[in-house]
Design a protein around this ligand. Structure first.
Ligand code: 5GP
Ligand code: ZN
Length: 114
């Protein structure tokens, strides 16, 4: 999609530090990390948010979760734990409207919101 920064990252028009990639998903380091490990996992096709998931495209969530598992294992944080977070819409603070999951870990993450 034109003017979507994460589509441009998926197409490699904008550089990123890629940590995982297959035909359907890409994972790269967040430009403004909030923890020692802060990876963004995205579908390569443009889906704006969870609100835009449907039966035809929801399969990519399987790929995103398997990517999260693989990345956490590779980075050595699988056993200690991590958070996989999605912000959907303005009230949740979503700033980039291309579906993404934050994989955060590498330290004790502190109090849970929920
Ligand atoms: P959101 O607030 O939408 O849940 O998360 C968007 C995330 O994208 C933020 O954590 C922000 O730091 C990250 N981000 C925004 N622009 C870029 C970029 O150009 N490159 C990378 N690697 N991360 C970005
Ligand atoms: Zn996009």
């Amino acid at each position: 999609m034109d003017n979507c920064i994460f589509c441009k990252i998926a197409n490699k028009q904008i550089p990123s530090t890629i940590v995982y990639e297959n035909d359907r998903v890409m994972a790269f380091k967040d430009i403004n990390p909030v923890a020692p490990v802060h990876i963004l996992i995205i579908p390569k096709t443009h889906i704006a948010s969870v609100n835009d998931l449907d039966r035809d495209n929801v399969g990519v969530l399987v790929d995103i979760h398997l990517a999260a598992k693989e990345i956490a294992a590779r980075l050595g944080i699988a056993e200690k734990g991590f958070r996989l977070i999605n912000n959907c819409g303005p009230d949740a603070g979503q700033t980039v409207f291309h579906l993404h999951y934050h994989l955060i870990g590498g330290t004790c993450l502190g109090p849970k919101i929920i």
